[in-house]
Design a protein around this ligand. Structure first.
Ligand code: HEM
Length: 124
């Protein structure tokens, strides 16, 4: 399934659930927890949710509010090595499974996350 057909296929609720489930694991994570803003996790959750909704073919709230994603640049301030990338994918895979993300979209979304997360690596 093409990534930008996801929103039309599964709707918004599973995306909201997925991101909530991902973020519910962040604060307690020894690698990722310290990177995220402890006082604005709800804001971070909303930014990722809005980005994914747009990227999956839904409304472009993220671009309206934040402009062009330029995600590699926006991640430059964080130390993202392979360990951090793998942990991000581990938590996101748990989220996909825990929130009963629609089975027909599971591999599409995980492939997308794996590719994007590798692209975000900026440290050794
Ligand atoms: C590879 C491991 C990754 C790490 C360690 C990481 C870490 C972070 C951190 C610490 C933030 C700041 C939270 C905030 O205040 O918004 C952030 C923001 C964000 N991340 Fe990641 N991220 C990773 C991968 C990804 C991937 C794969 C995507 C997309 C599929 C993504 C999408 C975003 C978006 C959209 C934002 C908000 C950017 C903004 O508008 O400022 N990240 N990330």
């Amino acid at each position: 399934m093409p990534i930008d057909d996801l929103y039309a296929t599964i709707g918004e609720a599973p995306i909201t659930r997925l991101v909530a489930s991902f973020y519910s694991q962040i604060a307690a994570d020894d690698i990722l927890g310290p990177m995220y803003p402890a006082d604005d996790l709800a804001g971070a959750e909303q930014r990722l949710r809005d980005f994914l909704i747009g990227r999956f073919g839904g409304p472009q709230h993220y671009i309206e509010q934040r402009g062009h994603p330029r995600l590699r640049m926006r991640h430059a301030e964080f130390h993202i090595d392979k360990r951090a990338r793998d942990r991000w994918i581990e938590l996101m895979t748990k989220a996909v499974d825990e929130c009963a993300f629609p089975a027909e979209a599971r591999e599409t979304v995980l492939d997308f996350f794996r590719t994007m997360a590798t692209f975000m690596i900026n440290a050794h």
